[in-house]
Every structure is written in C-alpha cells, then in structure tokens.
Ligand binder design. Sequence first.
Ligand code: HEC
Length: 172
Amino acid sequence: MRSLKLAAVAALCVAVSACSKDGGSSSEAPADAPASAPTPASAPAPTDAEKAAALAALPAPYNTGDLSNGQSKFALCRSCHTIAQGGPDLTGPNLYGVFGRKAGTKAGYSYSDAVKAAGFVWDAQQLDKWLADPRGFMPGTKMTFAGIKNEKDRIDLIAYLKVETGYQPAAK
Ligand code: HEC
C-alpha cells in the first residue's frame, strides 16, 4: 500500500522533474509560509530517490546501511512504536524526530523516571547502545525489549530510522 503510494509520488516527480534535487525540502511551500509552520498532513512522502539521497548523506557506517533490512528489523518495534510524522503513541512513544531530541521529551507521552532522567540527546551512538540492550543501557526503563545483538542489523535499523523519522544532517 505504502510502496504503491511511493511509486505514484516517484512517478509524479519524474513527470515534473522537480522533486529529487533538494533532498526533501519543501520547495512547493508558498514563499510566504513561515519556516516553522507545521507540515500539513497531506505533505508528500519522500520519494525513493529522496530516501536514497538521505541515506547517502548519513555519516559512515550508516550511509551504506541496508534500508530494506532496516525496515524488516523495524518489525521488532512496530507493535510498540509508530514512526510517521504525527503518528500515535502506542506502548512506546512515536519516534518521528527522535534524532536530536532529548530522551524522554516527546510531548504527551508518559516516560519512566529512568528515561526522563537520562539527560542526553538521541543520536546514532546512543541509539546503538540502547537497541543492543535497552535495560542494560538504562536500568529502570519500561521498554521491555530484549535488544538486537547483531551490530549490522542495528546499523541498518538506525539508517532506516534516520531516513524515515525526518532526521536532518547538520546544516551544510
Ligand atoms: C514491547 C514494546 C516495545 C518494543 C518492542 C520497543 N519499544 Fe521502544 N519503547 C517502549 C517504551 C514503553 C518506551 C518508553 C521507555 C521508558 O519510558 O522507560 C520506549 C522508548 C523508546 C525510545 C526512547 C524514545 C524517547 O523519546 O526518548 C526509543 C528511541 C525506542 N524506544 C526505540 C525502539 C526501537 C527502535 C525498537 C525496535 C528495535 C523498540 N523501541 C522496541 C516500548 C517498546
């Protein structure tokens, strides 16, 4: 379903040949729209070409991550987490925008004291340690997940999450 929609968007982009140059910034937005305006729910999903460009722009080793393996590893998370912008909190918080966000600060979600007190900002390094062994990394968390022991699987999943959750590399 989603891939059909992506394919349709990609086809549209090819037709107008205007979408894939800028790495996903909203060149369609009216010039007078404030930069901080909330993205409308109907904002087009990134095309596959934009996702490939976003992947290539990640720091190593994530730039060579396997997005389809990352997507299949995300199956381990999706019973508890959504990743789409504006998606609901489930057992765990929605993860859109998690990179660069201070741990335990997604508005409207009730975290454990352990995560609230963590005091760091999520980046790939912290997420790698968290995903390897959540309760070893942060005793007291209520995320009951055994962890992903395979390092390559974590790299692929983190690359996938960066591409899917609106991560923006530091300004060029
Ligand atoms: C059984 C449910 C469950 C599963 C499966 C799960 N999580 Fe979680 N996750 C949670 C809960 C609950 C929290 C909140 C933890 C707390 O407050 O202690 C959380 C928190 C997080 C956070 C911190 C978010 C923040 O805003 O600070 C991240 C990142 C995260 N999970 C990623 C993942 C990823 C990636 C996976 C899959 C590999 C995953 N989780 C699998 C339940 C789950």
